[in-house]
Design a protein around this ligand. Structure first.
Ligand code: HEC
Ligand code: HEC
Ligand code: HEC
Ligand code: HEC
Ligand code: HEC
Length: 349
């Protein structure tokens, strides 16, 4: 790592802090200073990559250091145990050692930073080369910094960038990356970014003064769709109702949406509430049977692997004819926080 660049930053920050009335230098003329500050400062990218910076800041990558549940877990650990928690939450820029595994070996683990901890998994983690250039899928030019197209963003390899931190089991973290690698192949092939970083058409930056405006391209949102996104959660599970030979009913729950286990973090669970009623209206004069209710859980220690399914039996022999079932899945986060998804209706003839 370029230590001198890192050490240079606090001095620069202090200088700026003591010159509040100095006019802000024009973008075109401050390129060298900007290049220096760019080494560690995610906020400085906002000058030109405002939308991407906002998305990132709202994501768990942007808050990987500051988020409360991480800070709580960190406080419970001391010394080497605590140090082991830093590399993926406040990493140095990833390089070939972390992204390319040698035959039969695992790639090297990320290394922890010692500065700008608040920035968590910062822009430099994924984009900064040893020489300070910004690596990306296009290599669009800018006077603010050198940029290069890099193979780490090739669609066939970009998952390795995610695997660098998401394939290990540590603390509450489960090895979703390993699940992904050993999952049955999908049609069309899925990538981490394909499910978690939605595609967007836009100019990726505003140019420095005097430069041509960057073109509109197809890029990706840095606001990660994750376990708090009701839309993504609603795509995770599929349900089917079946009558068994015994007369009992079975609710089959299948992980069709996640290319790794679900739920994917220690302490998480799915709760599934089911309500069964006859499909036909009760004849006049007859008493309507009470809807039959049942609830099931899928905890992290019995998580569903990709395309795996589990069957829950319901003894409902009193409901012999065609049925309608209302299924509601809720995803339980830490503590009592829970995300309830819309009802789904299933029919059994
Ligand atoms: C190998 C990389 C890596 C290391 C080392 C690591 N983490 Fe994490 N951590 C992650 C990833 C990736 C996630 C997101 C996992 C998820 O949401 O499925 C995460 C998420 C978390 C969360 C969940 C925060 C939330 O959103 O609720 C906590 C808490 C946490 N880590 C604590 C720790 C602790 C404590 C240690 C040290 C024992 C540690 N981590 C070490 C990669 C790592
Ligand atoms: C003064 C404006 C400016 C600042 C500040 C700036 N950039 Fe850029 N950046 C640009 C422009 C302009 C492009 C080229 C855009 C294009 O061609 O579509 C670019 C391109 C990139 C690319 C290349 C993407 C690709 O593959 O084409 C990456 C990655 C990048 N910037 C990251 C950063 C990061 C990280 C920071 C902060 C540390 C930063 N930039 C700060 C203006 C800026
Ligand atoms: C340098 C390590 C690192 C890399 C590289 C990395 N992540 Fe993460 N990721 C984390 C950590 C740490 C967290 C959890 C932070 C927390 O909760 O404190 C996380 C959280 C997430 C989440 C959870 C979001 C949520 O709301 O539940 C998703 C999804 C995710 N990462 C996807 C990706 C994808 C896609 C890539 C590759 C483009 C990637 N990550 C690369 C470290 C990393
Ligand atoms: C965890 C890794 C990760 C982090 C952190 C990250 N990016 Fe990216 N970034 C990516 C990936 C992956 C792509 C490529 C998406 C694709 O396939 O087009 C990308 C694409 C880009 C691009 C090219 C335009 C586009 O949308 O494809 C720019 C510019 C960029 N990132 C800037 C930033 C800035 C600025 C930050 C910090 C505010 C940042 N990135 C943080 C992984 C990351
Ligand atoms: C086919 C789509 C798909 C692909 C591919 C995929 N995921 Fe996911 N991921 C999901 C869905 C759906 C969820 C929400 C369900 C859940 O959290 O269990 C999720 C949840 C997550 C979470 C949050 C888990 C938690 O409980 O905190 C992380 C972190 C994550 N994915 C990382 C990754 C990484 C890294 C890759 C690539 C190695 C990847 N995902 C590939 C669909 C996908």
């Amino acid at each position: 790592m370029t230590r001198s660049l890192l050490l240079g930053l606090p001095a620069l920050t202090v200088l700026l802090a003591f010159a509040p009335s100095a006019p802000r230098p024009d973008r075109a003329t401050r390129a060298p200073a900007a290049t220096r500050a760019l080494a560690t400062d995610a906020a400085s990218c906002a000058d030109c990559h405002a939308e991407i910076q906002r998305e990132w800041a709202s994501s768990l990558h942007g808050t990987a250091w500051t988020n409360e549940s991480y800070q709580r877990a960190l406080k419970r650990r001391k010394g080497a145990q605590r140090d082991a928690c830093l590399p993926c939450h406040v990493p140095q820029p990833l390089g070939a050692a972390q992204l390319e595994a040698q035959e039969g070996e695992r790639a090297a683990a990320p290394q922890a930073r010692t500065v700008d901890l608040h920035a968590g998994v910062d822009c430099a983690t994924c984009h900064r080369a040893d020489d300070g250039a910004m690596l990306g899928p296009f290599g669009g030019p800018s006077s603010a910094h050198a940029s290069r197209q890099d193979a780490r963003f090739d669609p066939a390899r970009v998952d390795r960038l995610c695997l660098a931190c998401h394939a290990t089991e540590i603390g509450p973290v489960l090895p979703l990356g390993q699940d992904f690698l050993s999952a049955p192949a999908r049609e069309p092939a899925a990538s981490c970014g394909g499910c978690h970083m939605p595609a967007v058409e836009r100019a990726m930056a505003t140019a420095a003064t005097g430069e041509p405006a960057p073109p509109v391209r197809q890029g990706r949102s840095h606001a990660l769709r994750g376990a708090r996104d009701a839309g993504l959660l609603a795509e995770t599970l599929d349900f089917e109702l079946e009558r068994l030979a015994s007369g009992a009913l079975a609710l089959r729950v299948k992980n069709t949406g996640a290319a790794h286990r679900t739920p994917g973090l220690v302490g998480r669970k799915w709760q599934i509430d089911l309500e069964l009623a006859p499909a036909s209206a009760t004849p006049p004069g007859a008493k309507a049977p009470k809807p039959r209710k049942a609830s099931f859980e899928i905890r992290h220690d019995e998580a569903l692997l990709p395309l795996a399914e589990r069957s829950f039996e319901i003894d409902a022999r009193e409901l012999a004819g065609p049925l309608v079932a209302k299924v509601r899945a809720s995803y339980r986060l830490e503590g009592k926080e829970s995300i309830a998804l819309p009802f789904r209706e299933l029919e059994l003839r």
